[in-house]
Design a protein around this ligand. Structure first.
Ligand code: PLP
Length: 398
């Protein structure tokens, strides 16, 4: 008789975005001529950069010839992409990594979830609250105990240390959903904590490309000692519009270890390589060529232009809302704005009010964790005209 994984009973239903979609559908059905604008989801709205499209075309042509066709890719990525990553994302920032420490993949969502495959079920896992839901759900699926670290105005959205020493700690900076960052000294305190408690930091840097302030680290490896305690996740999804193309990478330093039941140190790099070579068959050649194209000077220019466009959207949301009296975080080093709901409304009450009165959709903060209650997330991934119109409508109903 087949048995299910009972731990799935400990995760909520996939409620947030499906509930948002349901309420929007119902509203549109009742108001067919209404023009609803969404500042809800973190997905691209601009076309993909020309260098990326050209690289896809060129790589597709290679696939059309017997002499240049490619089959299974190397599981951890082609050298041309790994070398570009090492040079542009790390060496240029003074961080030395080796090719064996980079694992190219099809997404940071799957990597941040799958990393649990190499970690014991008896680890205590600390996760910021609110958070990208994958961290909590995948750990609950595996039956791990989770301690939430509330990030609130009281602590300036900087996570407190766990009450009990945590074995594994998820940090996502710049943060989804709050848009906040940890500066160098704040991140150093977490690296020191992990060294002292022999914990592992899982650092999600999916929004690294949106950093504009100099004191915000782009990589956790800019902090001394981090190589001994941290895995870092990067993604091309938001950096270069790859949400539909799918490419990301994970860094697992060679000196990073965890202990087995006899207390012996085991290389996490070796375990992750073993995991990936068993369960993953590599990222498509065409997509890796597309990703490599963004590291060319023209690719850097084109992707920067797109990021600047989104960050201008962020300013166009943040400044008028602040002038209208709302408390708004984020939007400076991240494409998300985290807004305190006015008048003490719950996140969902504010959602209904915005939809009903302003015909604008955002994401209720409570969907990212209990500490998100009373907050609301707007995304800067929008079209300029719609962003401006949405902000005008929001201000009118405040
Ligand atoms: N990490 C964070 C914090 C995210 O917000 C997202 C997407 O929204 C991801 C990872 C997913 O990245 P990918 O598209 O590479 O799977």
């Amino acid at each position: 008789m087949v048995k299910i994984n009972e731990h799935y009973a400990n995760i909520g239903s996939n409620y947030l975005f499906s509930e948002v979609a349901r309420r929007v559908r119902e509203y549109k059905a009742a108001h067919p001529s209404s023009n609803v604008i969404s500042l809800g989801i973190g997905d691209v709205t601009r076309e993909i950069a020309p260098v990326v499209i050209q690289a896809i075309h060129a790589a597709t042509r290679e696939m059309a010839s017997e002499t240049t066709v490619r089959g299974y890719p190397p599981e951890a990525g082609y050298d041309f992409l790994v070398d570009a990553i090492l040079e542009r994302d790390f060496r240029a920032r003074g961080v030395q990594l080796s090719p064996a420490e980079i694992f190219v993949s099809d997404g940071a969502k799957s990597d941040t979830g799958n990393i649990g495959d190499i970690l014991g079920a008896d680890n205590l896992v600390a996760i910021t609250d609110p958070a990208y839901p994958v961290y909590v759900d995948t750990n609950r699926m595996a039956g791990r105990q989770v301690e939430l670290l509330p990030c609130l105005p009281d602590n300036d959205f900087c996570p407190p240390f766990p009450a009990r020493p945590a074995d594994v700690i998820y940090l996502c900076y710049p943060n989804n959903p709050t848009g906040t960052t940890l500066d160098r000294s704040q991140l150093k305190r977490w690296v020191d904590y992990a060294i002292a408690h022999r914990s592992l930091i899982l650092f999600d840097a999916a929004y690294e490309a949106f950093i504009s302030e100099p004191d915000v680290p782009h990589s956790i490896y800019e902090i001394e000692g981090a190589r001994q305690v941290a895995i870092e996740f990067r993604s091309f999804s938001k950096t270069a519009g790859f949400t539909g193309l799918r490419c990301a990478y994970t860094v697992v330093p060679e000196e990073l270890t965890a202990t087995d039941s006899s207390g012996a140190a085991v290389s996490l790099n070796a375990l992750w390589r073993r995991r990936q070579s068993t369960k993953f068959n590599g990222t498509a050649y065409i997509i890796q060529r597309a990703a490599a194209a963004i590291y060319t000077p023209e690719g850097q220019r084109q992707t920067r232009e797109i990021i600047d466009y989104y960050m201008q959207n962020a300013r166009l949301i943040k400044e008028p809302l602040e002038r209208a009296g709302l408390a708004v975080r984020g939007g400076v080093n991240a494409p998300y704005l985290w807004v305190k709901t006015p008048g003490g409304l719950t996140s969902w009450q504010f959602f209904d009010r915005l939809l009903g009165e302003a015909r604008v959709v955002g994401t209720p903060g409570s969907g990212f964790g209990a500490a998100g209650e009373g907050f609301f997330r707007f995304t800067a991934f929008g079209r300029r005209r719609e962003v401006e119109e949405a902000v005008e409508r929001i201000i009118k109903i405040l």
